[in-house]
Design a protein around this ligand. Structure first.
Ligand SMILES: [Zn+2]
Length: 487
């Protein structure tokens, strides 16, 4: 007997000006997939950990992760799906552990996870156990629930429990194979989307829900209760928050649990409303205290599908009377190329930012010194995305514009881990202002070092002001777009 392990993860933002390509996933197959994740704090690392401890043979299928952007282009989606299926067919595992995001789309496909599960079922047959892990921001569909034996979501946001989620899924699969667990799964979907900014799981309304879900799991009344406050930047018909409960052979209990948590999530919906701070106000507050002030520009969150090219904060920073360093990450391939051509130590004047999302941002003219040039490869250290794994943001440079240190890259990177800056010679601890492009994920690492935090108000395709987004296909009514929605 052998168990297949696979990871294909991307969160989509269907408002993003940037499409996803095959290469963005850096896909690897077979033993290379094993080597990428073995010993790492990822879902697949958790799968491998549990299976190796149980001395169960592992069939590594694939490992693919892409940063959030708009739909995967059609031909590349076909290629990725085909390769996944071919590897699965060749490995012929008896059961499968599959890590996915849950909110991935492609051209012509609103539910990539459902599609991949369809392919897995075709290869493995109706009786082979398949256990799936999903990001807390998954948009769970009926098709996923119908095709997977069990679905297990993260319990943390900021996400720091990928490894434990993988371990939990693998443990459930082993118990299924031993005949100890017969999963009965139920999903309750809600006509609700919530902004990400107030959905922490360590305080507030989401914290209470997750704690109670964990209490039921600890008492054995549920195997896995997953609350999915879906990421809001997804304009597809089957869109909305969901609760999924898995019990051991008790379908009615699973339904009751899913219903009960869904009702509680609904009742707390107004508590996720968020007030954003104007950028000048946040900068002014930063100037009056010592120590780092973090400005979270969630409208340009690279982890939420924004291109990372917003100048909404930068245009105010260049005007501000800073007395200490400020750090900001910015995607602009043309500016990177110019800086590299100029070389280390050169002074360059050029426009930066506003390269992709031209509707929401304009380039800002800056004069600065090229301090550092890199290949853009860096290794995440913090608990969270890709911990211990090296990813690449294309080539990168640090441009010093007065006291502002702009980390310019050819491609977006996750900004939740201060290691992004540290790997390029910038220590956020010693900055007066640090700009992160994240709604909430940054808090795990930045709350301990920040003296104050502001969620700032700039326009962008991952804005917390959901009414500003051009939803067309989403099923109506839905809260908060339709404030009178009933559930
Ligand atoms: Zn997420």
């Amino acid at each position: 007997m052998k168990i297949g392990v696979a990871a294909i993860l991307q969160e989509s933002n269907t408002f993003s000006p940037v499409r996803t390509r095959y290469a963005d996933f850096s896909p690897v197959f077979g033993n290379e997939a094993y080597l990428r994740h073995a010993g790492k704090l990822t879902e697949m690392g958790g799968f491998i950990n549990v299976l190796e401890n149980a001395a169960v043979p592992i069939a590594p299928i694939c490992a693919a992760w892409a940063i959030t952007a708009n739909r995967l282009v059609r031909a590349d989606f076909r290629r990725l799906g085909k390769e996944f299926e071919a590897q699965l067919r060749q490995a012929a595992p008896d059961a499968l552990l599959l890590a996915m995001h849950g909110a991935q789309t492609a051209e012509g496909e609103d539910d990539v996870e459902g599609h991949l599960l369809t392919r897995a079922r075709q290869v493995m047959g109706p009786d082979a156990p398949i256990v799936v892990t999903l990001d807390l921001h998954a948009n769970v569909t009926e098709r996923m629930v119908a095709l997977a034996n069990a679905i297990v979501g993260y319990h943390t946001y900021p996400h720091i429990d990928m490894f434990e989620t993988g371990q939990k899924a693998a443990g459930m699969l082993l118990r299924m194979l031993a005949g100890e667990l017969r999963p009965a799964m139920a999903m309750r979907k809600l006509p609700l989307i919530v902004p990400a900014e107030n959905a922490q799981t360590y305080r507030g309304p989401m914290h209470e829900l997750v704690q109670d879900a964990e209490a039921l799991e600890a008492r054995g009344e549920a195997e896995a209760i997953s609350i999915f406050p879906v990421q809001p930047w997804l304009d597809i018909a089957e869109m909305g928050c969901a609760v999924v409960s898995v019990t051991n052979g008790r379908p009615a209990v699973a339904r009751r649990q899913a219903d009960s948590f869904a009702k509680r999530l609904w009742r707390t919906r107004r508590q996720y409303d968020i007030t954003l701070t104007p950028v000048p106000e946040a900068i002014h507050a930063a100037l009056s205290i010592a120590g780092p002030t973090v400005l979270a520009e969630s409208s340009d969150s690279t982890g939420s599908g924004s291109p990372g090219d917003s100048t909404g904060v930068l245009k105010h920073l260049v005007e501000a009377p800073l007395t200490g360093p400020a750090a900001i990450f910015l995607v602009d391939p043309a500016a990177v190329a110019k800086a590299i051509t100029a070389g280390i130590g050169a002074t360059v004047t050029m426009k930066v930012g506003g390269a992709f999302d031209k509707q929401n941002s304009r380039p800002v003219k800056v004069t600065g010194v090229v301090k550092l040039i890199s290949d853009g490869r860096w290794t995440a250290r913090a608990r969270g995305y890709n911990t211990g794994i090296t990813t690449c943001m294309g080539r990168a440079v640090v441009l010093e514009v007065g006291l502002i240190l702009i980390l310019l890259a050819e491609k977006p990177a996750m900004t939740v881990d201060p290691e992004l800056f540290r790997s390029h010679g910038i220590d956020p601890t010693y900055c007066q202002i640090v700009v992160v492009k994240s709604p909430n994920g940054f808090r795990a690492e930045y709350e301990p070092i920040a003296k104050q935090i502001f969620l700032v108000d700039t326009p962008g395709v991952s804005t917390a002001n959901l009414q500003q987004l051009p939803f067309n296909r989403i099923a109506r009514p839905i809260y908060p777009l339709d404030p009178d929605t009933r559930f």
